[in-house]
Design a protein around this ligand. Sequence first.
Ligand SMILES: CC(C)(COP(=O)(O)OP(=O)(O)OC[C@H]1O[C@@H](n2cnc3c(N)ncnc32)[C@H](O)[C@@H]1OP(=O)(O)O)[C@@H](O)C(=O)NCCC(=O)NCCS
Length: 246
Amino acid sequence: MNHSYEEKVLELIRRLKRGEQAGPASLPAHPRVTLEPVTWADADEPQSIHTLAEWRKKANPYFPAQFPVSEEGTHRWLVHSTLEVPDRLLLWAVSAEGQRTGHLGLFRFDFTDRSVELDNVVRGVEGVLPGLMQAAVESLLVWTFETLAIDAVYLRVLSDNERALRLYQRCGFQETMRMPLVREQEGDAVRWVEAQADHRRPVTRYFVTMRLLATERRQRKAQLAGPHHVLRATMPQTRSDFTHQP
Ligand SMILES: CC(C)(COP(=O)(O)OP(=O)(O)OC[C@H]1O[C@@H](n2cnc3c(N)ncnc32)[C@H](O)[C@@H]1OP(=O)(O)O)[C@@H](O)C(=O)NCCC(=O)NCCS
C-alpha cells in the first residue's frame, strides 16, 4: 500500500474539515456551483444542523435506512459519523448566488485500488437552478479524479430512485451490480437490507452499484469538450501532490 498517498489524502480531508485552505489541492472553481466543505464550525452552528436535518427528513425515502430525524440525532451523525470519520468528507453545494442548495460527499476510500464512493448526494432546495446538482457532482468528480488522482468512483442508489439514476447517468456512471433488498421494520425505523441466500419471496427493490472510471471520464470529457458546454469545469492548477507513485 502507498502510505504516503493515503496520508496525504487523509491530511487534506482533515484540513478541509477544519476550514483550512487546501492550496493547490483546493476544490475546483465552477461557474454555477461552489463546493464548500462541511466543517467542525458547522457542528457548532445551529442553522447548519437545522438545514442538514431538514434535508435528511425530506430525503428519507431515498435512503436504505428511514427513521424519524431530529436535530440532536443529526448533530451526533455529523460529529461521529462524518467529521470524526477520517475518510469521509461532506460538502455544501452553494449556488452562484451564495445559497446552500444541497450537499454531496466522498466516503470509504480504498487507497490500494484508488477508489472511493460518491456519498450523500441530496438537493435540499427544490425548484431552483435545475442542473445545479449535476454541476456539483461534475465539479466533485473533477477534484476526485484530477486532484486526488482516484481511478474509480462508485456509488449506490436504490433502484426506484429514478431522478438520482438519471443524474448519475448524465454524469457518466454505469451500473455494475444490483443487490436484492428486503424491508425490515424496527419500531418506527425501516431498513432495507440485503436479501439472504434463502430468501424466497418476490423482491421489488434493489441497491444498484454504479461506477465511473477515470479512463471513461477522460474519454467522455473529450467527447463533450466544446466551447459552449455548460458543465465544463475548471481544472485545478496541479495534481502533483497526489499523482501515482511508482
Ligand atoms: C438525486 C437528486 C440530488 C437529483 O437532483 P436534481 O435536482 O434532479 O439534479 P439537478 O440539479 O442536476 O437537476 C436536474 C434536472 O434539471 C434538468 N435540467 C438540467 N439543466 C437544465 C436546464 N438548463 N433547464 C431546464 N432543466 C434542466 C435535468 O434534465 C433534470 O431533470 P430530470 O431529472 O427531470 O431529467 C435529488 O433528486 C435529490 O436530492 N433526491 C433525494 C435524495 C436522493 O435521492 N439522493 C440520492 C441518493 S443515492
